[in-house]
Ligand binder design. Structure first.
Ligand code: FMN
Length: 338
């Protein structure tokens, strides 16, 4: 059941091949994606430089999500802002960005919208700031708006919006009121029941869900006994979080599929096999972020691997795989392992 009747006609439709689609082409919230791959926020700047990397083609990605954007410009956190871990990285960039006005006026005109979709990523310290930034993007050529609810709410003493279903739903409902564009909510894994949060965000008007954002962690320099990151704590991303992210996608899909709400599954994807796991678990699209830091052209091999798998399985389109996980009586989910 959708709370709002203000969506585009196609918004919220799950897993549909675009008419006349190639094996990898699909419709996502009514938008044509040439590939299920989405380049993730914070890993490709605002797209204007990344898409000029030699050998990269916009056609390799169904969509590109811009860096988190706030009402006013932000300088971000004190260094260090990133720290490499055995299977990923910690980051505490602190939402460095030039502010929404600059993004809309100076960066969006540089983007080539002909071959891929561009998605804004909205952040704020108050609900009013989320609304202000969403409204500004609504008046721009951007294709869709993703709201990152992992930011601390300064009015509520710094607790993250995304860790509490009530607060998450308030942000989504407020943003929904000011935009007709597809609205994607990026869920935090740092909470007790991500399925309940997903349900509340859908009922508040979210057309799609991004699952998951980074998992909080830290690292200490034992020589100085200081935290490596200037912000003390940071978000862990990369292969280290992949099994956690996959389970969260599986849990959210259980809720989202009943509402026809698609998921962008993400967290540590570095290969076609990883991407296929997320799609089988219920993701309509798959995000690639940290992997781009060491292989900016990785999308091409992931696309090729997915297409090869579809051929081997006799499937015409990637959407036929979405949520095709086979759970039998012998392999029932169980809350307790070991
Ligand atoms: C350096 C860095 C900056 C990020 N900045 C943002 C951001 O501004 N907004 C956001 O929603 N997510 C941000 N993320 C999270 C990613 O978009 C993604 O959800 C997460 O890293 C998991 O995917 P991955 O393991 O493929 O990187 C950032 C991640 C990294 C590594």
């Amino acid at each position: 059941m959708r709370a709002m009747a203000t969506l585009k006609p196609d918004a919220g439709r799950i897993s549909r091949a675009a008419p006349g689609a190639t094996p990898l082409g699909l419709k996502f919230c009514g938008l044509d994606f040439a590939s299920p791959i989405v380049l993730l926020s914070g890993c490709v700047g605002f797209g204007e430089e990344y898409t000029r990397i030699e050998g990269f083609s916009n056609r390799d990605a169904g969509a590109i999500v811009l860096k988190g954007t706030t009402g006013k410009a932000r300088l971000g956190n004190a260094p260090h802002r990133v720290y490499e871990t055995p299977a990923g990285m910690l980051n505490a960039i602190g939402l460095q960005n030039p502010g929404v006005e600059h993004v809309v006026e100076s960066i969006l005109p540089q983007l080539d919208f002909s071959e891929t979709r561009f998605i804004a990523n909205v952040s704020g310290s108050t609900i009013e700031e989320y609304v202000e930034v969403t409204r500004r993007f609504d008046q721009s050529p951007i294709d869709a708006i993703e709201i990152n609810i992992s930011c601390p709410n300064v009015k509520e003493g710094g607790v993250a919006f995304g860790n509490y279903p009530d607060m998450s739903a308030q942000v989504v409902a407020a943003c929904r009121r000011v935009t007709q564009k597809p609205l994607i909510t990026k869920l935090s894994p740092n909470q007790t029941d991500i399925g309940e949060n997903a349900r509340r965000c859908i009922e508040a008007g979210s057309d799609a869900l991004s699952v998951i954002n980074t998992i909080m962690g830290m690292a200490i320099d034992v020589a100085t006994r200081r935290p490596f990151l200037g912000n003390v704590q940071g978000g862990l991303s990369g292969p280290a979080i992949r099994p956690i992210a996959l389970l969260k996608v599986h849990q959210v899909y259980e809720v989202a599929r009943a509402h026809g709400v698609p998921i962008i599954g993400q967290g540590g994807i570095t290969s076609a096999n990883d991407a296929l796991e997320f799609i089988i678990a219920g993701a309509t699209a798959v995000g690639v972020g940290t992997a781009l830091f060491y292989d900016p052209l990785i999308c091409r091999s992931i696309n090729e691997g997915i297409a090869e798998y579809l051929r081997s399985q006799g499937l015409a389109n990637v959407t036929e795989l979405v949520g095709s996980l086979r759970v039998t009586n012998e392999t029932q989910d169980c809350a307790i392992s070991g």
